[in-house]
Ligand binder design. Sequence first.
Ligand SMILES: [Zn+2]
Length: 234
Amino acid sequence: MKLFYLKITAVFALLLFAAQAWAWHDKTHLMIAKAAGRTSWYNAAGPDLAKIKAGNIEEYNHWYNNNAEAEVTVMMVMDQVGRYNQRNKLMDSEGHVYGAIIASLRAYNKAVQSGKYAEYHLDYCVHYIGDLSQPLHNIPYDDYNKKWHRATDGVVENTIWNEADRITAQMYEIRLSAENLEADLAREIARIANISRRLGYRLRAEKRGMTREEAFEQMGHSASLIRAVLRRYH
Ligand SMILES: [Zn+2]
């Protein structure tokens, strides 16, 4: 009987964990990638598919819960790079999406150098930059976040297919230099992370979900940064 209860507890723990695993819904990811000019935009939801088989290897690459609600710095971004594709339960309960963006590009470079097919690594990077602008991926996973997460993930999902222009309207120029690519990228990741977490706090204070206008603005940040990365990698 005791074992039975243990099993039930484990199932509930998994369900709770699964609830945390949502992200922008599929079409939203695809349209961010398409607006950014990614040729294989149709792969942009793939990393979410990988979660159900890869489990912890993949899960923690998609968010940073920032429990201290601290300003995101370049150093914080770089500190997360080594945590890509792994999860240390003590060190890494908050996730590491910021580092995953840079680490996936390093994996791309490595694959290119060894003559392997490298494009999927870039597809992962495109996905993580998409997650970067979801405000609830940048704030603590508290009661507010749990309650509103799914609605926020899907706020434009049903209409986005015909609204690509609403993302492009929010895009702007980001320059990543060839000489200091990682440093420039880390700075831009931190900048967008801070915009996103501040929006998250505002939504939480106002006890509401994100509006469609706010969602398009956020997606514009992701698409702008993806476009800047792609310019350096193709
Ligand atoms: Zn994701």
